[in-house]
Design a protein around this ligand. Structure first.
Ligand SMILES: NC(=O)c1ccc[n+]([C@@H]2O[C@H](COP(=O)([O-])OP(=O)(O)OC[C@H]3O[C@@H](n4cnc5c(N)ncnc54)[C@H](O)[C@@H]3O)[C@@H](O)[C@H]2O)c1
Length: 333
């Protein structure tokens, strides 16, 4: 990305960007009022490049190539950082993008919807119930097709697909009800397949389409009594990787996130079952979930939503077929 300033009665700048296929386009833009005054201030007090390079402990840049900020003149570093943040914000913006988020009534789903909206996307939420959402049962192939058709009919396009719906059931393998096996597999493995298939033409014709699947630390580790959940979460990573390879030629990226324990309905729903089977109180089970993660805390849904926001953004164009684990490091210990 290149940037050139023109200073006159106002400050305008020419922004050069590379699209997914490496083509360069430039556009002239006028800075926002506060950015304009910051930019003017920055330009009228250019950094003194004769100063020695600063030590990194003071948060200064060590690069010799311009623009180089320095710490001595109060305010200049702040101006510089604003300038940097402005460029970074452009890469993170989802303005003009249409997104679909499943499981949007749930703990993590709500946070994802909020994150994508904050970045400027037009977000369509899907769940079995919940206000201002498209209601559909994703355990059926037609439910997945209907939700994609609904978004395409409403918004005319689809750029970002977040497959986040999930559910849980615990039982020893030998007693695991067939219907629960079917339900968990349908929602967390079959549904992503049907949704991807239905959305593929739209996603591959979007410039820089994005798919993000909510996997789990159960995608690469196992827990007794979680046969269906563990199998579905393992399986969906295979789907993510195949879709990533097939989508790459179209500028589409397909990635997953693997959260650790978050305090949501899905977590709360299994506390009683675990407490009963292990002879513990609900509080003891919750304390154990937290203690599994370094820092002895739950992952905040916003922490996961922020990673999904990044993966959905233009900044993540080179990340494909990955699963980003968000568990405070629990699974590396
Ligand atoms: N909570 C955790 O500790 C944790 C950890 C790792 C991964 N995850 C994953 O995060 C995702 C979000 O879960 P959450 O923690 O927000 O739980 P949640 O129960 O709050 O949300 C899940 C949502 O999925 C929806 N859903 C379930 N079945 C559906 C169906 N058939 N059709 C449509 N929607 C359906 C539910 O209605 C609910 O709103 C899930 O994929 C889950 O497996 C959760």
């Amino acid at each position: 990305m290149g940037l050139a300033f023109e200073v006159g009665a106002s400050v305008s700048y020419e922004l050069q960007t590379h699209d997914e296929e490496g083509r360069i386009s430039s556009q002239k833009e006028t800075a926002l009022p506060q950015v304009l005054s910051e930019a003017a201030n920055f330009l009228s007090n250019p950094p003194d490049r004769t100063l020695p390079r600063k030590d990194s402990s003071r948060g200064c840049y060590r690069s010799k190539s311009p623009p180089v900020g320095h710490c001595e003149k109060k305010g200049q570093m702040a101006d510089f950082m604003n300038y940097e943040q402005q460029s970074r914000a452009r890469g993170w913006s989802l303005k003009g993008r249409v997104a679909l988020v499943t499981g949007a009534a749930g703990g993590l789903g709500k946070a994802i919807v909020a994150e994508l909206r904050q970045r400027g996307a037009n977000v369509h939420g899907v769940d079995v119930s919940g206000e201002d959402l498209f209601h559909v049962d994703l355990s059926t192939p037609s439910g997945n097709r209907d939700m994609v058709a609904h978004v395409l009919a409403t918004a005319g396009r689809l750029d970002i697909l977040v497959l986040n719906a999930g559910c849980q059931f615990l039982a020893p393998l030998a007693q695991f009800p067939d219907a629960e096996w079917e339900r968990l597999r349908s929602v967390m493995l079959d549904a992503p397949f049907y949704a991807l298939k239905a959305a593929w033409p739209a996603l591959t014709s979007s410039r820089g389409g994005r798919v993000i699947v909510t996997a789990s630390v159960s995608s690469f580790s196992a827990t007794p009594k979680k046969a269906a959940y563990t199998a579905a979460k393992h399986g969906v990573l295979g789907l993510v990787r195949v879709a990533a390879l097939e989508g790459a030629a179209h500028g589409l990226t397909v990635n997953a996130v693997a959260p650790g324990w978050m305090d949501t309905g899905l977590m709360r729903g299994q506390v009683e079952a675990q407490a009963a089977s292990r002879g513990l109180s609900a509080d003891q089970v919750i304390a154990q979930f937290r203690a599994w993660q370094p820092g002895d805390r739950f992952i905040e849904v916003n922490e996961v939503a922020a990673v999904i926001g990044f993966l959905a953004s233009p900044s993540a164009s080179g990340v494909n077929g990955e699963c980003v684990t968000i568990d405070l490091g629990a699974s590396v210990g």
